[in-house]
Write a protein that binds this ligand. Structure first.
Ligand code: ATP
Length: 505
């Protein structure tokens, strides 16, 4: 764990030093839980967004995209339940004056027990070697069974407390578990209070007329309220989906772990409208489909797992998270929810407008059921960065930091480097650069030794470096160095475009 913490600290400073992500308003000492994407980070983010959009919208004839406004009619947030119930339970430590989410304190407590389970499993795996059966071990080893029982009991009690809003029992639970404040080390807690996460502001210039509106805490509602418009203008037939990417805002109580939990972040959401009674089938379909999307990207399969919800929101009849093993453990990356007809029915009720679909096959009208897939774009960037950051010792004893970002989403695909700054090499290199620029994000660098320039491209994750040397001038060939293996190949200049396109695809 300590190793991972160290690795995470290094990743955060690498992200800043190499132009991926800066703290917001840094010259004014920053703004908590808000970040700016820099020259490489914004490319990475755009590439992930495009990759999502392409696979969700372009590759599905029954999914279309929209881009709805951040400001919406305030009644929307009444109807959706956010005004009354989009709360987190907060608790303060009286000595350190630090504020925490009560549920996160309990979850962290359970994560510590889970880490003990993992330790036991690792030890046993070493002892038994090839014959080790994890499933059998965790269901029979007395200590592990006891640990898992404890986790289940604690989580069950917390979920029940949250469901019935029994905040005093949740506080009792924290006291019984003897959870201490990580800063002061004391157990001197305030009572737990609910805290609404929506940011509000006023529209209208005259204060008497001004009404309170909210910055959207999720993009989904912009899809629901446009459901009928899109169904009609797009001539969509159920089942069909509406996708959207965009900013969302939440006044998170505790902002932690870099871009994992931000107050301003971006979501990529798709709401899939289906006939009542078919939602379980579609839920399964999207669960598998979304996992396939992640695995296609090329991050290790072992870093992902499903976490089915024990506690379901009152409107949901199935929900799962896709969790990713960030450098601080498995945490939610994407949610897949079967939301029944709750949202459309509520908007129908609050707006007084019918939000129904006439199904010609069934010959009836109904409010469609909805499966939602919702992923945080920033969390996806973080997953990629956590996976990519690698420190390597090379054969010659030197070291390098290489960002192993999957080539298809790497910020820059190619760097064109003249070996030396003379003999016509820069001119030739620029000619090659010009021919590649319309197709790929390219960099040109001629300063420093070639070794240093390779290191710099490794550090920003550029998959291919093209070096122009004397042979290029006489033979029309270049060397192409591959980032991960550092192997070099000689390629004809005329074949460069097809070579790079093939390797990136
Ligand atoms: P969490 O339990 O971590 O607060 P959530 O269950 O509230 O997340 P959802 O409302 O399901 O999250 O939002 C869908 C996705 O949006 C999440 O899976 C996550 O990737 C992303 N997301 C939610 N809140 C934040 C945030 N504060 N910063 C960055 N991404 C977020």
């Amino acid at each position: 764990m300590a190793n991972h913490e160290e690795q995470f600290r290094k990743l955060v400073s690498h992200a800043k030093e190499y132009g991926f992500i800066f703290p917001s308003s840094e010259i004014y000492d920053g703004l908590a839980a808000v970040y700016d994407y820099a020259e490489y980070g914004s490319e990475l983010k755009k590439n992930i967004r495009d990759y999502w959009w392409k696979s969700m919208v372009q590759m599905h004839e029954n999914i279309v995209g929209i881009d709805s406004a951040i400001f919406m009619h305030p009644t929307i947030w009444k109807a959706s339940g956010h005004v009354d119930a989009f709360n987190d339970p907060m608790i303060d430590n009286k000595d350190s004056k630090k504020r925490y989410r009560a549920d996160v304190l309990v979850e962290d407590y359970c994560a510590k027990i889970e880490a003990k389970v993992e330790k036991e499993v690792e030890k046993a795996a070493k002892r038994f070697g090839e014959a080790f059966d994890r499933e059998q071990f965790v269901t029979t080893n007395a200590r592990v069974v006891e640990y898992n029982k404890k986790i289940a009991e604690v989580m069950h009690r917390m979920n029940h407390d949250l469901e019935v809003n029994d905040l005093s029992d949740l506080k009792r639970l924290i006291e019984e578990l003897e959870i201490a404040c990580p800063v002061s080390g004391t157990k001197n807690w305030t009572d737990i209070r609910q805290f609404n996460l929506m940011f509000s502001t006023k529209v209208g210039s005259v204060s008497e007329d001004a009404s309170t509106i909210y910055l959207r805490p999720e993009t989904a509602q912009g899809i629901f309220v446009n459901f009928l418009n899109v169904q009609k203008t797009g001539r969509m037939k159920i089942p069909f989906g509406i996708a959207q990417t965009g900013k969302a805002f939440r006044n998170e109580i505790v902002a932690r772990q870099f871009i994992f939990r931000m107050r301003e972040f971006e979501q990529m959401e798709m709401q899939f409208f289906c006939a009542p009674g078919t939602e379980k089938e579609w839920f399964e379909y999207w669960k598998q489909e979304r996992m396939r999307w992640h695995l296609d990207l090329g991050l290790p399969a072992g870093n992902y797992r499903f976490h089915d919800h024990e506690k379901l929101a009152h409107y949901a009849n199935a929900a799962t998270d896709i969790e990713y093993n960030f450098l601080f453990g498995f945490k939610e990356l994407e949610g897949i929810h079967s939301r029944t007809d709750y949202d459309l029915s509520r908007h129908q009720e609050f707006s007084g407008k019918k939000l129904q679909y006439f199904d010609t096959e069934r010959n009836e009208s109904y409010v469609p059921y909805v499966i939602e897939t919702s992923i945080g774009l920033d969390r996806m960037c973080l997953a990629v960065l956590c996976h990519a950051y690698t420190e390597e010792k090379l054969e010659d004893g030197s070291e390098r930091v290489v960002m192993r970002i999957p080539a298809k989403i790497a910020p820059y695909k190619v760097a064109v480097l003249p070996l030396v700054r003379k003999d016509g090499m820069p001119e030739k290199a620029r000619e090659i650069l010009k021919s590649l620029q319309p197709l790929f994000m390219c960099q040109y660098e001629e300063k420093d030794t070639i070794g240093r320039r390779y290191r710099r491209q490794d550090a920003i994750g550029t998959p291919f470096c093209i070096t122009v040397d004397t042979e290029t001038l006489s033979e029309e060939t270049v060397t192409v160095r591959e980032r991960d293996t550092m192997q070099q190949e000689r390629i004809a200049v005329k074949d460069l475009v097809s070579y790079i396109a093939r390797r990136i695809a």
